[in-house]
Design a protein around this ligand. Structure first.
Ligand SMILES: Cc1cc2nc3c(=O)[nH]c(=O)nc-3n(C[C@H](O)[C@H](O)[C@H](O)COP(=O)(O)OP(=O)(O)OC[C@H]3O[C@@H](n4cnc5c(N)ncnc54)[C@H](O)[C@@H]3O)c2cc1C
Length: 142
């Protein structure tokens, strides 16, 4: 069987590992908006400069270079055809399979308090891009 997994966070990686352990002849296609694998739990260490982006990678084996796994990175899934189990990004067909796992996590939300949503230098902290923005801002902050 061919399994499509959307996301490359902890849930997606754990699912891919489990599928390939239990069913070594099956194949997995991972599709993710993220272009990098990183531990969100360690984003504060990136902001403080104690860890590089590369060192946040929590896949420390050859999982992603296995012959039965393919990673389509930097693609946002915008549509899933549940009948054919096909995922699309805009008009582009990315992959189809026998099963689809949605492991897309969550996003941070800015509460509707005062001008918080439109004010400058207000950040969520969920993605590596958020941590990069905070670290950049902190360089000149007083
Ligand atoms: C700052 C911070 C600190 C944390 N500290 C801890 C801690 O100390 N201990 C702890 O247990 N937990 C901690 N957590 C929580 C932990 O990081 C999350 O529970 C975990 O990341 C959830 O994993 P996930 O795979 O479900 O989702 P995520 O890690 O959010 O991964 C979702 C994936 O889906 C992808 N994606 C989303 N939408 C799409 C789409 N439409 N198309 C394609 N791909 C998509 C994203 O690119 C991403 O790869 C922390 C979280 C944060 C933000």
């Amino acid at each position: 069987m061919k399994h499509i997994i959307i996301g490359i966070g902890a849930a997606a990686v754990s699912a891919a590992r489990t599928i390939l352990k239990e069913k070594p002849d099956d194949s997995v296609v991972i599709v993710s908006e993220d272009r990098e694998v990183y531990s969100r739990c360690m984003l504060h260490k990136f902001i403080s400069g104690e860890r590089s982006a590369e060192s946040l990678n929590f896949i420390n084996d050859d999982l992603l270079s296995g012959k039965n796994i393919r990673w389509i990175k930097g693609k946002t899934v915008t549509r899933l055809d549940a009948g054919t189990k096909t995922v699309y990004s805009g008009g582009e067909e990315l992959a189809s399979g026998d099963t689809v796992l949605i492991a897309t996590g969550s996003v941070s939300v800015t509460p509707p308090i005062g001008e918080l949503k439109t004010a400058k230098n207000v950040f969520g902290l969920r993605h590596l891009s958020d941590a990069r923005a905070i670290a950049d801002c902190a360089k000149t902050a007083k």
